[in-house]
Design a protein around this ligand. Structure first.
Ligand SMILES: Nc1ncnc2c1ncn2[C@@H]1O[C@H](COP(=O)(O)OP(=O)(O)OP(=O)(O)O)[C@@H](O)[C@H]1O
Ligand SMILES: [Mg+2]
Length: 235
C-alpha cells in the first residue's frame, strides 16, 4: 500500500533520514520503533508531505506522492495523528470531530462515522459538549484518534499514541487501535518508542536508528531477536 525507497529528508543542514526503505501492506498494523531522535516523527512528516523528500520515492497505491502538497496527500486518505495530539482546545469535543470531517461531502457517511467514533470512545460521547482543552491527556489522545477517523483514512498514521499516558489508558488506546484495524480493515502505521507494546500490537515492524532502518520483520520475530531485546525491551 505504501512504500518508501531510499528516502532522505531533514531540516536545513541536518539530514534526519538518510535513505529509509520500508513497506506498509494493506490491512496490517506496521510499527516503526526506535530511540529518541532516531527519525521516526521525521519519517511521518515526510510521508504526509510536511517535510520535503530530498531523495528517493514514496509510493502510495502505485502512485508517487513524494512532494505533493500535504492537503493532496490527506485527500488520498493518508491521515496522521501527530505527536502531541494537537486537538483544538477551545473547541468542544464534537466540534473537533466535525473539523476532522471538513473535507467530506458525504453527510450520511460522516454521520455514521460520528456515531461509530462515539461508540468506540464512550467517554467522548459523554463529554461531547465539553471544551477539548479540559480533557485529560488520555481523553485528548482518544479525541485526536477519533478526529482522524472522521476523515475516513485509508492509512492511519499514528505518532506515539502512548506518549505521557498512564499504563491503563495506554492499554485501552491500543485495544481500540486493534479494533479499528479489524472492524474497519484500516491499515495503520504506528510509531512508538514503547517497543514492547508496539511489537505486541503490530503485524510487522521496522527498527530505526539514526536515520536508517536497521532491522525489520514480523513483529513477533523481532520481539524475540537478541538485538531488539537488548536495545529496546530491556531484556
Ligand atoms: N524542527 C526540527 N529542526 C531541526 N532538527 C530537527 C527538527 N525536528 C527534529 N529534528 C532532528 O531530527 C532528528 C530526528 O528527529 P525525530 O523527531 O524524527 O525523532 P524521533 O525518532 O521522532 O524521536 P522521539 O522519539 O524523541 O519523538 C533528531 O536529530 C532531531 O534533533
Ligand atoms: Mg518523534
Amino acid at each position: 500500500m505504501l512504500r518508501l525507497e531510499g528516502v532522505k529528508s531533514g531540516y536545513g543542514g541536518i539530514e534526519a533520514l538518510k535513505g529509509v526503505d520500508l513497506v506498509v501492506r494493506q490491512g496490517e498494523i506496521v510499527a516503526l520503533i526506535g530511540a529518541n531522535g532516531a527519525g521516526k516523527s521525521t519519517t511521518l512528516k515526510t510521508i504526509s508531505g510536511l517535510l520535503q523528500t530530498r531523495e528517493g520515492r514514496i509510493v502510495y497505491q502505485g502512485e508517487e506522492i513524494q512532494n505533493l502538497p500535504p492537503e493532496e496527500i490527506v485527500k488520498k486518505g493518508l491521515i496522521q495523528v501527530p505527536e502531541g495530539r494537537r486537538i483544538f482546545p477551545k473547541f468542544t469535543v464534537l466540534e473537533n470531530l466535525e473539523i476532522g470531517a471538513y473535507l467530506r461531502r458525504d453527510a450520511l457517511g460522516t454521520q455514521a462515522d460520528l456515531r461509530y467514533c462515539l461508540e468506540l470512545f464512550p467517554i467522548l460521547a459523554e463529554r461531547r459538549q465539553q471544551k477539548a482543552g479540559t480533557l485529560s491527556g488520555g481523553e485528548q489522545q482518544m479525541l485526536a484518534i477519533a478526529r482522524a477517523l472522521m476523515a475516513r483514512p485509508k492509512l492511519l498514521l499514528l505518532d506515539e499514541p502512548s506518549l505521557g499516558l498512564a499504563p491503563l489508558i495506554i492499554q485501552q488506546i491500543f485495544e481500540i487501535i486493534k479494533i479499528i484495524n479489524q472492524e474497519r480493515q484500516m491499515t495503520i502505521f504506528l510509531i512508538e518508542q514503547n517497543a514492547s507494546l508496539a511489537l505486541k500490537s503490530a503485524n510487522c515492524a521496522f527498527v530505526m536508528e539514526n536515520g536508517h532502518i536497521t532491522l525489520s520483520g514480523k513483529a513477533g520475530d523481532l520481539a524475540q531477536s537478541v538485538e531488539v531485546k537488548q536495545a529496546y525491551l530491556g531484556i
